[in-house]
Structure formats: structure tokens, C-alpha cells
Design a protein around this ligand. Structure first.
Ligand code: ATP
Length: 436
């Protein structure tokens, strides 16, 4: 992990927030390559659900919502984690994650394991961030930063359904920020207090929910393999009855084996009609679905698939990172699938003379109209290839002494390090074909 974190900073994937002021605990900013990678992951998710399916619509609901939403959803009363304090070192921990936490005292042990540790009894701590709407800071103006994007979908479900003329079964997908005042954030961008979620809420007829739940489990696991994650690093974790969230009838997590152990990257829940029933009750508005074919009315059940965009970005980076020895030298490679690599192609003149930079720049300007491309003419060609390997660029196009004569270039493959000779005017098509 340390190597990945340092590469992220050095190459511009992820920086610590407000670094010049010493940073802010577990808050991170995405640099030029990180923002490209994360956007590609979000786009791949959106494409697979919204663009390629007729039964899912997109939504972008606001972060701030009516405070009653969070009463109805159960978050005001129950979105809590058990908190323990250490009277000796004043550190705070999640009582249910003590074995995963480290006491600040040395040598490194779990909280409670040093003789000096003195832990308090657990007390419940609400994870929602509060703020005030308008200039007066009183209880009447309290609003919350949403802790999940799902509720914005539930309160809009009739709006979306009626305006898009969808019929149950159908889904609503949304990508957006969520905020949780986590007691122990950490592991880089794995657990942060501000993060982005990619959520699908799929509305189905009660009785068909188990079948849809299984269908969505299969689709979602398949997506991780599609974006290039190694299948043997993925597994299911089924929630036992005592682990289930208050709204869930059944739940599975997709877990990935990080350097710090197996951890959840996506949760798939059968949320029943819990949320719609509660919003119907708290708002006094009928949220039932009328089935014109059968003439009956019902509150749909909801199958939810909820993934963290930041957590998936970390997963993709951890999965892609590898070190190899090539001709006695260390080569660091980010083996991103081409579709999600932040830069698809680098254009490199072999040397900075004999008209090569001019031809390379012309090609670069043409390519960047179609795909994210990068131009580099600084340093030995071998070092330039290594720099691209380290940020996961799948292909490097080199303009060399032959190019001016026969209008051909080499295309080097990041993983195999082999090269193909391709006509200058065929490069764009060659790349686009491989990204399809
Ligand atoms: P955890 O048990 O890790 O706290 P959770 O079960 O509370 O997670 P969900 O409420 O199911 O998580 O959220 C769905 C997804 O949102 C998670 O699988 C994860 O990818 C992402 N997520 C949740 N909390 C965070 C966080 N603090 N930082 C980054 N991503 C998060």
C-alpha cells in the first residue's frame, strides 16, 4: 500500500487535501490522472446500467434534502456506530472494528491490548454531518449532508417513472457525493468522510424480488470482471441475520482482497418496500404503483446495488499495480484495462530532431480529438516508456527515422512490450478498435 500511495502522489493520481496546511484527516483530492481514472470508472458504470439498458433511468438529486427524509429513512434514529474512547491516550475507535484498529501506543497492537489501555463502554454516535439552511443556526434550520444517495432516488421515484413512462420492473441510477462522519476512516481512499457512491435502486413487484436480487448479484459481479479486476481477488460475503441493516431482507457484499485484507467494495440489498412505505407514511403522499395490466396497486420492493466510486478506484489501482524485473531493471506497471486507463496513448518522437517532433505533434493533435493522449519528447525513449507504464498507458506510438519516408510508426504494447508497425493514418482507427 505504501508504494501505491507514494506513486499516487508522485504521478498525480491522489493528493492529501490541504496538504500545505498539514492535511485534513482522511480527506483526499484527485490529481490529473486520478480524476481521469475515476471518471472512466463512473462512465463505465453509467454505460453498463443507464446507456445500455432500456429499463434504467438516470438521476442527479441534490445533496441537501428535507430533514424529514432522514427521519423517515431511519437515519436520524439509527444511523450510528458504536464509539469507544481510550481514557489513557484519548483516541477513539469503532467498538465493532477494534481488531482492525491500531492503538497509537507502540508497539502496534489493537486497542485494549496494552496494559495502559482503558476503554470506555461503547456509546452510539450518529454518522450524519449536520449543517444549517439559511442564516439562523437553530434546531428548525438543521439539515444533513446525505449519508447515501439512495433516498434522493426514493423520493423521486414517481417523478422519474411518470416522466420517462417506465413500468415496474425498472430502475433509477445515480452517482453522487455522500458524507459520513466515520469514527475511524483510513486505508487511504478506502474509508473517507466524503465519498462518491454509484447506486442503482431497482423497483420490482413484491414476490419477484428474490429473483431480481439474484439477477443483480450476477450482473454486478460480472461488471467488476469487465473493468479488468482479477476474478480470484473477488468474493461474496453474505450478511448473517444479525448483520442485516434495518431495511434489508437479504444482503450480500462484493469483497476484494486488498493488501490490508478482504473488504467490501459494493453492497447488494433487498430493501423490500421499507423506504417507500416509510416515505409514504411520513409525507402523507401515496407512493403506490398502479399496474394497468393487472389492475392492482402495490408498493414496489427495491433491490439496491451500492458501490463507492472512490473505493472502486482504489480497488482498480491496487489490482493493477505490479512490479517486474526487465533486463535487470525494476519496471512498475499499472495494468489498467484500456477502457478505464486515464491516458490511452502516448506519442513519442524517438529523438528531438530530423522532423520527428513535428510529425509526432501532428499525430498527437489528431489523436487527442478522439481519446485522451499524451505527448512526451523528454529523455531517453526507454525512460519515457517506463513513465507511461507506471501510469498505465496501454499504448505508446513512436515516430522514428523511418516515419518521414514510409509514413509508418511503431505501437508498443504496455504489457507484452512488443511492437507493431502501423501506418500513420491508421493509428487512430487501430486504437479506437481496441477500445470498443
Ligand atoms: P462499511 O461497512 O465499509 O462501513 P457500509 O456497509 O456502511 O460500509 P454501504 O452503506 O452499503 O456501506 O455503502 C455502499 C458502498 O459505499 C460501500 O460498499 C462502499 O463502497 C461505499 N462506502 C461506504 N462508506 C464509505 C466510506 N466511508 N468511504 C468510502 N466509500 C464508502
Amino acid at each position: 500500500m505504501d508504494k501505491l500511495v507514494s506513486l499516487c502522489k508522485r504521478r498525480g493520481f491522489v493528493f492529501q487535501s490541504s496538504e500545505i496546511y498539514g492535511g485534513l484527516g482522511s480527506v483526499w483530492d484527485y490529481g490529473p490522472l486520478g480524476v481521469g481514472l475515476k471518471r472512466n470508472i463512473k462512465d463505465a458504470w453509467w454505460r453498463s446500467l443507464v446507456q445500455r439498458r432500456d429499463d434504467i433511468e438516470g438521476l442527479d438529486a441534490a445533496i441537501l434534502m428535507h430533514p424529514k427524509v432522514w427521519e423517515a429513512s431511519g437515519h436520524v434514529a439509527g444511523f450510528t456506530d458504536p464509539l469507544v474512547d481510550c481514557r489513557t491516550c484519548k483516541a477513539r475507535f469503532r467498538a465493532d472494528k477494534l481488531s482492525d484498529s491500531r492503538c497509537p501506543q507502540k508497539p502496534s497492537k489493537a486497542p485494549g491490548e496494552h496494559s495502559a489501555c482503558s476503554l470506555t463502554e461503547p456509546r452510539q454516535f450518529n454518522l450524519m454531518f449536520k449543517t444549517f439552511l439559511g442564516p439562523v443556526e437553530d434546531t428548525a434550520s438543521v439539515v444533513y449532508l446525505r449519508p447515501e444517495t439512495a433516498q434522493g432516488i426514493y423520493v423521486n421515484y414517481l417523478n422519474v417513472m411518470n416522466s420517462s413512462r417506465q413500468k415496474v420492473p425498472f430502475g433509477i441510477a445515480q452517482i453522487g457525493k455522500a458524507f459520513r462522519n466515520e469514527i475511524t476512516p483510513g486505508n487511504f481512499i478506502f474509508r473517507t468522510r466524503e465519498f462518491e457512491q454509484m447506486e442503482l435502486q431497482f423497483f420490482v413487484r413484491p414476490g419477484s424480488d428474490d429473483e431480481w436480487f439474484e439477477r443483480w448479484r450476477a450482473i454486478r459481479m460480472g461488471w467488476y470482471e469487465e473493468i479488468g479486476l482479477r476474478a480470484d481477488k473477488l468474493r461474496w460475503h453474505q450478511h448473517a441475520a444479525d448483520e442485516l441493516a434495518h431495511y434489508a431482507k437479504a444482503a450480500y457484499d462484493i469483497e476484494y482482497e486488498f493488501p490490508f485484507g478482504w473488504q467490501e467494495i459494493e453492497g447488494i440489498h433487498n430493501r423490500t418496500d421499507f423506504d417507500l412505505r416509510r416515505h409514504q407514511e411520513y409525507s402523507g403522499k401515496k407512493l403506490e404503483y398502479f399496474d394497468a395490466a393487472t389492475g392492482d396497486r402495490f408498493l414496489p420492493f427495491v433491490v439496491e446495488t451500492s458501490a463507492g466510486a472512490d473505493r472502486v478506484t482504489l480497488t482498480v489501482m491496487a489490482d493493477a499495480y505490479r512490479e517486474e524485473t526487465v533486463e535487470g531493471e525494476l519496471r512498475v506497471v499499472m495494468g489498467f484495462a484500456p477502457a478505464i486507463a486515464p491516458v490511452k496513448v502516448a506519442v513519442l518522437p524517438l529523438v528531438k530532431k530530423d522532423g520527428m517532433p513535428e510529425l509526432a505533434l501532428e499525430l498527437y493533435h489528431d489523436l487527442r480529438e478522439a481519446v485522451p493522449a499524451f505527448y512526451d519528447d523528454a529523455g531517453a525513449i526507454g525512460r519515457r516508456y517506463r513513465r507511461q507504464d507506471e501510469v498505465g498507458t496501454p499504448w505508446c506510438v513512436t515516430v522514428d527515422g523511418q516515419t518521414a519516408g514510409d509514413r509508418s510508426v511503431t505501437i508498443r504494447h504496455r504489457d507484452a512490450m512488443t511492437q507493431d508497425r502501423v501506418g500513420l493514418d491508421q493509428v487512430k482507427g487501430w486504437i479506437e478498435e481496441r477500445l470498443r
